[in-house]
Design a protein around this ligand. Structure first.
Ligand SMILES: Nc1ncnc2c1ncn2[C@@H]1O[C@H](COP(=O)(O)OP(=O)(O)OP(=O)(O)O)[C@@H](O)[C@H]1O
Ligand SMILES: [Mg+2]
Length: 277
């Protein structure tokens, strides 16, 4: 059973602190949901756990079964059993969907092990069917021209094939029609067990109708400000966040304000323009 422990995690982008002391423990067999208004650091937390190079961790720790995750490269984190289904999966022209997953699976094997092509194809076809995806998918380039919903199902296809120990699903429900949400929910639920710790990032209680979570956390200002059970999510679904902000004495729940965002985004654009020269 895997255990992911996040302690007092601080991280910044372009010198601006986005995560301001996140604490979270996620064990195999548990499902936690993180919710919170837009721009409060949820996706940043997911990116930092996976080691996105844009973010710098300035304080705190992340360990997986006692191993220091922050010292690992992104591919090592994936090999160690961490998985992220992204809020907006990238399109990768030139790499077919099945090649991508095959490469990821091969990368996780030890030097003397070999992925059986026969077993791979059988498992892949089964997963495509269980997710009710189009059968031309294996031959198409990764996410290229995929509809929003197809991209989300494709993230779950990767999860089914890679069988992570800890999976973070960032807004897996966004863009899914109600039938697709049911299919994705059933597929994720069927993977539940002591070998999987799940972290769901979502805005809506509806996702939990399909994937049950025992723990609910609310993020504001780059921190987890309240934790509870499903009743916490239910209350927010009914009443919004104002009551909680009032209780906590928070006026503005976002991490950055418009002015700061403009400066960061502006400097990124300038940097990219300079790098192109
Ligand atoms: N690469 C980046 N460059 C500049 N700013 C960033 C970057 N990544 C995140 N931020 C800023 O950090 C803040 C938190 O963003 P994040 O994506 O973590 O929010 P979120 O809680 O996931 O919001 P949402 O619910 O809208 O998905 C935002 O103000 C965002 O603009
Ligand atoms: Mg987000």
């Amino acid at each position: 059973m895997a255990t992911l422990i996040i302690k007092d995690l601080h991280a910044e982008v372009e010198g601006k602190e986005i995560l301001k002391g996140v604490n979270l423990t996620l064990n195999g067999g548990e499902t936690h949901a993180i919710m919170g208004p837009n721009g409060t650091g949820k996706s940043t937390l997911a990116s930092v756990i996976m080691g996105h190079p844009r973010f710098t961790v300035t304080k705190g720790s992340i360990t997986l079964d006692g191993e220091n995750v922050l010292e690992m490269e992104t591919d090592e984190r994936a090999r160690a059993g961490l998985f992220l289904a992204m809020q907006s999966p990238a399109e990768v022209p030139g790499v077919t969907n099945s090649d991508f997953i095959k490469t990821a699976m091969n990368a996780r094997l030890k030097d003397d092990e070999k992925l059986s092509l026969f077993k791979f194809i059988r498992a892949y076809d089964k997963a495509v069917q269980e997710l009710k995806m189009n059968e031309d998918l294996p031959h198409r380039y990764l996410n290229e021209g995929f509809s929003g919903g197809e991209k989300k199902r494709n993230e779950i296809l990767q999860m089914k094939m890679l069988k992570p120990k800890i999976a973070i699903l960032d807004e897996i429900d966004s863009g899914l029609d109600i039938d697709a949400l049911k299919i994705v929910g059933e597929n994720v639920t069927s993977m539940k067990g002591n070998d999987l710790g799940l972290l769901l990032i979502t805005h809506y209680q509806r996702l939990l109708d399909y994937i049950h979570a025992e723990h609910v956390h609310v993020m504001m200002k780059g921190q987890i400000v309240r934790s509870g059970g499903v009743e916490l999510m239910q209350k927010i679904d009914d009443q919004g966040y104002d009551w909680l902000k009032e209780e906590l004495g928070i006026d503005d729940e976002r991490v950055l304000h418009e002015e700061e965002e403009r400066i960061i985004l502006g400097s990124c654009a300038t940097k990219e323009a300079l790098e192109k020269k």
